[in-house]
Design a protein around this ligand. Structure first.
Ligand code: HEC
Ligand code: HEC
Length: 381
């Protein structure tokens, strides 16, 4: 159970008389493997050309998602180490992802569950850990850190100031790259990244009180608005996949990258269905999943460095505020609401969203509740 981290943090803060919100960053809470993962996560030399770290697309101050508000306000996808090469999706949070199981089909629920990435393609079946498997990807992705191969990454780590730590943690010469992935995953699971220090977490422990509006928002979240059926507490995801009918983000620079995207403006993001097709499954398997994206965690969904800092929401960053997104859930299918067509027309979920009948005040209360999920809450507030 992930809550084992809370006492550890609470203990540190009590002993050192520091609020957990301030300098957790500087405190040495990590074991050696997690510490190595931290170096790897922040090292800008592990790209070709040098200059891009994991953290450049997964910034701590925004809950380990896209840290640049100008990018978020537009295409919402990030440029890789090579100038002009953009990925095609918005970075999801690298925090709180560690409990996603290996991608598999749940016969009883008739749905796919688990894996990493919006489309589940880091399945976890190679390393037995989707998070560790995911962490091996970006270093070698030509649209991200663009290293030629795993050995190139290992060579750079061997030439780094934390070479000693690397050799202490990664002792099996045949599995150095695997160890790199596992160490990053250990850091992402550590209390420095997956912190469980939101107002909601303090509330769970009886150490904070929700306001009336937050309480009302939570009740709606669990009830009338149906959010909890996919965003289940305490991680606020059930690791399943759905097509919400999110519109295209026309500002996505990927539309203008012929070298990587031969379909140009007609490209659509088929999500899980696209991955299942590419991995050789039959149409009867991938067809029903076409356009479905992984249910993201809602932890830190409102975490931002200052009030009007822009974050982007959804797999393509179409939404620029939580209000806009909740309004979409509420009114997508209401005649005259004016939402653009879905990016993928197949398999749009018509039963759990689209016309929830929420009042303006109820939408507002749900947003207030979402704001309680940001780490770094000070229980004295
Ligand atoms: C150029 C920006 C960029 C860089 C650099 C980058 N990422 Fe990502 N990351 C993304 C995007 C975009 C996605 C979603 C991609 C997709 O779903 O196809 C993602 C997905 C993820 C996920 C999946 C989360 C989930 O819930 O599915 C994790 C974890 C993650 N990245 C960690 C890392 C780590 C670790 C590194 C460094 C080794 C890294 N990222 C480097 C942009 C980036
Ligand atoms: C049927 C399952 C389902 C239900 C019900 C649901 N969601 Fe989602 N949610 C998703 C999926 C899937 C995505 C990603 C969709 C995409 O980008 O195409 C998502 C994305 C989000 C995001 C964006 C997070 C990010 O990091 O980009 C927020 C915020 C969110 N949902 C909040 C809510 C709220 C609030 C409710 C209730 C009003 C709700 N969801 C109901 C499945 C669901």
């Amino acid at each position: 159970m992930r809550y084992k981290h809370i006492p550890r943090l609470a203990f540190m803060s009590a002993v050192l008389l520091l609020p957990v919100t301030s300098n957790v960053w500087a405190l040495n809470l990590l074991d050696e493997k997690e510490e190595l993962g931290k170096h790897l996560f922040f090292d800008k030399n592990l790209s070709t050309p040098a200059g891009q770290a994991c953290a450049d697309c997964h910034g701590a101050r925004v809950g380990f998602t896209g840290p640049d508000q100008f990018i978020n306000a537009g295409g919402a996808v990030y440029e890789g180490a090579v100038h002009g090469r953009f990925g095609n999706r918005k970075p999801p949070a690298a925090a709180y992802a560690g409990d996603s199981p290996i991608l598999s089909y749940d016969e009883s629920k008739a749905e796919w569950v688990g894996g990493m990435f919006w489309d589940g393609r880091a399945t976890g079946s190679t390393l037995g850990d989707p998070l560790a498997e995911q962490a091996q990807g970006p270093f070698l992705n030509p649209l991200e850190q663009n290293n030629a191969n795993a050995q190139a990454v290992i060579d750079k780590v061997m030439a780094s100031p934390y070479q000693d730590l690397f050799l202490r943690v990664c002792t099996d010469n045949a599995k150095l790259y695997e160890c790199i992935g596992r160490s990053i995953a250990a850091f992402e699971r550590s209390p420095e990244v997956s912190r469980y220090t939101s107002k909601y977490d303090y509330w769970l422990k009886g150490k904070a009180k929700l306001t009336g509006q937050e309480q009302r928002g939570m009740e709606l979240f669990n009830g009338k608005a149906k959010c909890a059926s996919c965003h289940a507490a305490p991680l606020f995801t059930n690791y399943s996949y759905d097509n919400l009918g999110v519109p295209k983000n026309p500002k996505n620079p990927f539309y203008l990258e012929p070298e990587w995207n031969p379909d140009g403006k007609n490209w659509i993001d088929a999500g899980l269905g696209g991955f299942l097709k590419a991995s050789g499954r039959e149409e009867s398997v991938y067809g029903p999943e076409w356009g479905k994206q992984k249910v993201p965690t809602l932890r830190n969904v409102d975490k931002r460095p200052f009030k009007h800092f822009v974050k982007a929401y959804g797999h393509n960053g179409y939404f620029k505020s939580l209000h806009e997104l909740v309004h979409f859930y509420n009114t997508r299918d209401v005649p005259g609401a004016g939402w653009p067509a879905p990016e993928v027309a197949e398999n749009v979920n018509k039963t759990e969203l689209g016309n929830l009948g929420l009042t303006h005040g109820e939408e507002h209360a749900i947003v207030k509740f979402l704001k309680t999920l940001s780490d770094g809450y000070d229980p004295k507030d």
